[in-house]
Design a binder for this molecule. Structure first.
Ligand SMILES: *[C@@H]1O[C@H](CO)[C@@H](O)[C@H](O)[C@H]1NC(C)=O
Ligand SMILES: [Zn+2]
Length: 443
């Protein structure tokens, strides 16, 4: 169910009345310098951190930016107060599949006391660093998309394919009320999207990184039951003993995956990771735990990440037979945080070879911008890209940040002004190259 009315009404109302807009929104005063860096800083100053992200103000800000560029604006609201902002630059041949550039509005929290500059101040230091939560993840691309369009428009560039930009909520908490709802909507279907660029990650060297798949997270909880007993007795099949056996088996599997990485046979993101995240057992007492009693129940939680090449059924079999076998009186629960296969049952991977015509156009655009591309990678974590790949749409994760330390979700997240500005240029090449690419009419 789409409920776009309330929010878009408010937005169009505030836009029609510029004087009122100033008092209603947190738009900056008129004397702000009219530069891409300043617009980036303004966008970074909206506190969109969970658990209470402010979505309305940044959506209003982006709406006015898009308005000033003469773009088409739609605000969709699939879940109350979780807007999806959709901006469109109509191509000369709208019958061709369109291009979508996605970014998320929200960010993870920051601990201000651990930062050298307040995380929502967007302080620009003398050496050109812009400090802010979201500077890398992923408010840079949000503004770069629009700045690239601004520059292309100034040069009277006319796109052939239609270009859409989406700003979605809730990526950092799984995207289920954001991108997931958006891509399953009629509005999304009507966009006839042929290719998507979504966020990537910073590169510590001079090569741009590109991601063709995400790993899919599973939350695994295993539970053991066993006879309780006096702490002094050495009996078989206690709950703790059964759980510890599982922990050993899981650790051996973890080592086997880790060894593959250490031997240089695969990247971190290409193996199945499993990490213990909680252990729960014991009988509480006023001073801690009852020490002379073996508990009858014990539980452990694991964070699992599966690359698209992993076989989910094989993994489930392993968990059922080896990690939490019923024969050892164990039970388990797997919470899958998103899809692993597309609607055709294929692994969620975007091809990076000649079978994918977008790949060569993308590569050419990077080269035209004077950039070098690193070997395509699987992202170790997870983004909204998986919801679009699930529909069979090719998606690359890409954020144009070279020579930049990887600081997403970290203290003192920053991006250099020169890196940000170079990124705009890169997107000018990408947007123009992809939108003029006409051959792959059927894709
Ligand atoms: C499983 O539970 C049953 C019933 O409590 C018990 O007899 C059996 O020994 C347990 N087996 C293991 C391996 O813990
Ligand atoms: Zn992100």
């Amino acid at each position: 169910m789409v409920n776009a009315n309330r929010l878009s009404l408010l937005l169009s109302f505030t836009l029609l009345l510029p004087s009122l807009r100033l008092s209603l929104s947190t738009s900056p005063p008129q004397q702000e310098p009219d530069t891409p860096i300043n617009r980036f800083q303004q966008y970074l100053r909206f506190n969109t951190a969970h658990p209470n992200p402010n979505y309305l103000a940044p959506v209003s800000f982006l709406t006015s930016l898009a308005q000033s560029l003469g773009l088409i604006i739609q605000t969709l609201e699939f879940i109350p107060n979780k807007p999806v902002l959709l901006i469109t630059w109509q191509g000369s041949n709208p019958s061709l599949p369109s291009l979508l550039f996605n970014s998320h509005l929200d960010s993870v929290p920051a601990e201000p006391s651990k930062w050298t500059h307040p995380p929502f101040s967007a302080t620009l230091t003398a050496d050109g660093k812009i400090f802010a939560r979201g500077a890398q993840d992923d408010k840079c691309i949000a503004i770069q998309y629009l700045e690239a369009i601004r520059n292309l428009k100034e040069r009277n560039f006319v796109p052939t394919r239609t270009i859409h930009i989406s700003y979605v909520p809730d990526e950092e908490i799984g995207g289920f009320d954001g991108a997931d709802k958006f891509v399953k909507s009629k509005e999304f279907k009507d966009l006839n999207v042929g290719f998507v660029l979504d966020e990537g990650q910073a590169s510590v060297n001079n090569e741009f990184r590109v991601f063709y798949a995400d790993r899919s997270p599973w939350n695994l909880i295993i539970k053991a039951k066993g006879a309780p007993g006096h702490g002094s007795r050495m009996f078989d099949n206690g709950a703790m003993e059964n759980l510890m056996k599982s922990v050993e088996v899981i650790n051996r599997f973890r080592d086997s995956q880790s060894d593959v990485v250490k031997a240089g046979k695969a990247a971190n993101s290409e193996v199945i990771s499993v990490n213990p995240v909680f252990l729960k057992a014991g009988i509480p007492s006023p001073t801690g735990f009852v020490m002379n009693m073996q508990p009858s129940e014990a539980e452990a939680g694991f964070d699992l990440r599966l690359p698209p090449t992993a076989d989910p059924n094989l993994m489930k079999k392993r968990i059922a037979e080896e990690w939490a076998p019923a024969i050892r009186n164990m039970t388990y629960e797997i919470i899958e945080k998103g899809p692993l296969r597309d609607y055709m049952g294929r692994p969620l991977m975007t091809a990076t070879d000649d079978s994918n015509p977008w790949w060569s156009v993308f590569k050419q655009a990077i080269a035209a911008a004077g950039g070098k591309l690193a070997k395509p990678e699987i992202l170790p974590s997870t983004t909204d890209a998986r919801f679009m790949r699930e529909l069979g749409i090719p998606v690359f994760g890409f954020s144009p940040m070279t020579d930049t330390p990887i600081l997403l979700h970290d203290h003192n997240e920053f991006l250099k002004d020169a890196v940000f500005l170079k990124g705009i240029e890169v997107y000018e090449h990408i947007i123009s190259g992809l939108s003029l690419f006409e051959e792959a009419n059927s894709i």
